[in-house]
Structures are given as C-alpha cells and as structure tokens.
Design a protein around this ligand. Structure first.
Ligand SMILES: Cc1cc2nc3c(=O)[nH]c(=O)nc-3n(C[C@H](O)[C@H](O)[C@H](O)COP(=O)(O)O)c2cc1C
Length: 128
C-alpha cells in the first residue's frame, strides 16, 4: 500500500501535526515536524506527500546520505481499537526539491518555502 487510504486517510485528514524522522551520519535519529494542514493543502492523493520546507537544514543533510524517512501522525478525532485516538506511520524515501513543478506548487501556497520535501510512500501502518 503506497497510497493513503482507509483509516490512515482519516488520520492524515485530521492530524494537527506530523513528525518526520531521518537518520544522521552517525546513526542518530533526528525528528522534525510539519503541520497536518500543510500536507493536506499540497494534496494527499497518490504515492507521494509534499511538505513545505522553511528550515529542515539538518534533515536535508541527513537525506543526502540516507533517504529513508518515517512520518508519524495521530489524532484523538479518529476512533482506535480500544479508545478514541488513532495513529499512522508512513515509511518511505524522501528528497528535497528546490525547483520544478512540485516546488512551484508549494511555493505558490507557502511563499516562505525554500524547498519542498517529497516523501515517496513505501508503507503505511496504522497504530492504536
Ligand atoms: C508542529 C510543527 C510544525 C512545523 N512545521 C514545519 C514546516 O512545515 N516546515 C519546516 O521547514 N519546519 C517546520 N517546523 C520546524 C521543524 O520541525 C524544524 O525544527 C526546523 O525546520 C529545523 O529543522 P532541522 O533540525 O532539520 O534543521 C515545524 C515544527 C513544529 C513543532
């Protein structure tokens, strides 16, 4: 499954923010975030997600050495198996784009963006 659908789509549609983890050159984890509505504004259909990049310099350096990325989001607004609250992990590979149609579309909505982070969805796993 490399498209956001079903219960995970509901989670992504309602998440306030999304964590983005990369791996540093020494193997250290590094976590940043984006707002859920930023991701939604750039579209959640299809096999990629787009994230507007203002900072994320360390994330960019990490991705140049290791493109693996994991996103984690969650919301109380979707019912889980045992209680209110559901999450979703998205594993894939990511790249920063500083030009081209994806960057132009992101820049049009987020004029402060210096790049757009393109996440190629590999696997999506619900949590809770
Ligand atoms: C809830 C939340 C949303 C954020 N959204 C963005 C975002 O959309 N784009 C961005 O570049 N940084 C965003 N940030 C800041 C990043 O998490 C990060 O601190 C910053 O970009 C520096 O990244 P770096 O440590 O990889 O250099 C957000 C932080 C939080 C806590």
């Amino acid at each position: 499954m490399n498209q956001i659908e079903g219960i995970c789509r509901e989670v992504v549609e309602k998440s306030e923010w999304v964590a983005i983890a990369t791996v540093g050159p020494d193997g250290a984890p590094h976590v940043v975030a984006t707002w859920g509505d930023y991701i939604r504004q750039l579209g959640i259909d299809g096999p990629i997600l787009r994230i507007p990049v203002g900072g994320m310099n360390r994330t960019e350096a990490n991705l140049q050495l290791d493109s693996r990325v994991e996103l984690l989001c969650g919301t109380r607004q979707v019912q889980g198996i045992r209680s209110s609250g559901k999450g979703c992990s998205i594993v894939g590979r990511a790249e920063m784009q500083r030009s081209g149609p994806e960057f132009d579309a992101a820049k049009a909505k987020f004029p402060w963006a210096r790049a757009v982070l393109i996440v190629h969805i590999g696997n999506i796993t619900p949590q809770l």
